[in-house]
Design a protein around this ligand. Structure first.
Ligand SMILES: Cc1cc2nc3c(=O)[nH]c(=O)nc-3n(C[C@H](O)[C@H](O)[C@H](O)COP(=O)(O)O)c2cc1C
Ligand code: SF4
Length: 462
């Protein structure tokens, strides 16, 4: 295994090993601080991070206001308090070593307000901000204002080109590097473009070389590329190290740090990850953000997959193709294709009696319990996203103007609950596609390693 040499990240020479940010509460001050303590980089999630009472107990978020815009304001306030709290924890745990980064989901409603609020009050504690899910045009200006390095997360050279031309060329000094996140392999949301086929993964090497070429053209030879998605043993990535076609490189780990002593995820979640088999992570498009994402196939995901598989196209008026009547409600009849009739009836007979319209002129079938829960979840929406396909909340306009999508779910609710001890069967478990490797990796045979032990292993290429 080639020796890993320190590189400059966010103004300090550190080992080029990074814990990726994971919301909600799957990377926090404890885990990121532990990575920084080993002279690496830790990233805590800025999405609804935990904050504490005067005795140091986590305050579980509760929303008291009735109107959604007001609950949204409560959410912003909590997020700012949480970001500051996690920065403080990370700083203490790190002992001043390494670098601490904060991750932000750009498509979060008011993400810039949250970042401003946290960076203002956590001066000197946060050295870099990473930001993905969408094109974070405003990130360069915002981070530079605070003298904090910024790292856009992209999945192609083209995406960086767009960001650079439109905004970042004015904010070169604090551009810390670019995270290349493999859209077919990484956990969490995935940046697949319309031109890319989820079923046809492309090799990262050519894509990373293309990104370096673009960076060089822009005079950014000294900015590292941070490789994320599918990174487990560095021995498999040796040809990326000291390679002039790739230049300065650091490696970001998202899934692997989740089974460490310092990882905030529950023991039950860790146990699930230890048992996952190859192929149990599904790349799908159920997220209310509209992005692809990768998660473990559990009851939660299976329900969404079943619902999607049962989807049937319809028209309000019959025609030659859509000639078969179906009672959607007592007072509404729709028309489906005769060849879909059996599919519809089978679902209704199996108890999926609630027939619900999607924004794409199709219907899906839910149980009465599922439908009841969906209505509650929509009513409890706190407006966490700038636009939400599940509830139709839009930060800019109040509503997206589309129909709410019953093929989706409230991502805030499910991630918050599983991030705070909720059932690992009935909530979304984001994970990278290499998660099955926990089951056979010798590092985990004798129990859960510490971050220090994991990093020692990674340095050896294992
Ligand atoms: C549980 C989980 C949650 C994640 N949440 C976020 C997030 O909120 N924002 C983000 O930019 N990336 C998120 N990621 C992506 C990671 O930061 C990292 O880039 C990715 O997991 C790398 O791929 P790997 O899982 O194959 O190591 C998440 C990943 C996981 C597994
Ligand atoms: S319904 Fe959508 S916008 Fe509302 S809290 Fe849930 S995920 Fe966020």
């Amino acid at each position: 295994m080639k020796k890993l040499n320190p590189i400059m990240i966010s103004g300090k020479e550190v080992l080029p090993l990074i814990e990726g940010g994971k919301g909600i509460n799957a990377s926090d001050g404890r885990s990121s601080g532990a990575w920084a303590h080993e002279n690496c980089v830790g990233t805590f999630s800025g999405v609804s991070p935990d904050f504490y009472d005067s005795k140091g107990n986590v305050i579980i978020e509760k929303f008291f206001k009735r109107a959604r815009p007001e609950r949204h304001e409560e959410m912003i306030e909590y997020a700012i308090r949480g970001g500051i709290a996690q920065a403080q924890v990370a700083h203490e745990v790190s002992g001043g070593n390494g670098r601490i980064h904060m991750n932000m989901l750009w498509e979060l409603a008011d993400s810039q307000r949250i970042l401003n609020g946290v960076l203002e009050k956590a001066k000197g504690l946060i050295h870099g901000v990473t930001c993905g899910a969408g094109l974070p045009y405003g990130l360069g200006e915002l981070a530079s204002k605070f003298g904090v390095y910024y790292y856009p997360i992209v999945s192609s050279a083209r995406a960086f080109q767009v960001l650079w031309k439109r905004a970042y060329h004015n904010f070169v000094e604090y551009l810390g590097g670019v995270v290349y996140e493999d859209p077919w392999l990484a956990g969490g949301h995935n940046g697949l473009s319309n031109a890319e086929d989820p079923a046809k993964p492309e090799k990262p090497y050519e894509r990373v070389v293309a990104l370096r070429r673009v960076l060089n053209e822009m005079g950014l030879q000294d900015k590292p590329i941070i490789l994320a998605g599918g990174v487990w043993s560095l021995s498999e990535w040796e040809d990326y190290i000291d390679n002039p076609d790739i230049g300065k490189i650091a490696f970001q780990f998202g899934t692997r740090p989740m089974i460490t002593k310092e990882s905030p995820v529950s023991d039950a979640w860790k146990k699930v990850m230890m048992q996952v088999k190859k192929g149990d992570v599904i790349l799908q498009k159920f997220s209310p953000t509209g992005f692809f994402s990768s998660a473990i196939k559990n009851t939660f995901l299976e329900n969404l997959m079943r619902r999607k598989q049962g989807e049937v196209a319809f028209k309000n008026e019959p025609d030659e193709e859509f000639s078969h009547p179906l009672n959607m409600t007592e007072s509404r009849i729709i028309f489906i294709k005769p060849e879909d009739a059996e599919k519809a009836v089978n679902q209704i007979n199996a108890g999926y009696t609630e027939v619900k319209e999607t924004p794409d002129s199709t219907v899906v079938f839910l149980t009465p319990e599922e439908w009841k829960q969906m209505k509650i979840d929509r009513a409890n929406c706190v407006g966490c996203l700038s636009q939400c396909q599940f509830s139709t909340w839009s930060q800019a306009k109040g509503t997206t103007g589309r129909l709410p999508d019953p093929r989706s779910y409230c991502i805030h609710k499910t991630l918050y609950e599983v991030g705070h001890g909720g059932s690992v069967k009935d909530h979304l478990l984001f994970a990278g596609h290499q998660v099955y490797r926990f089951a056979t990796d010798p590092l985990y045979r004798n129990g859960i390693p510490s971050v220090k032990e994991l990093i020692e292993r990674i340095k050896k290429g294992e």
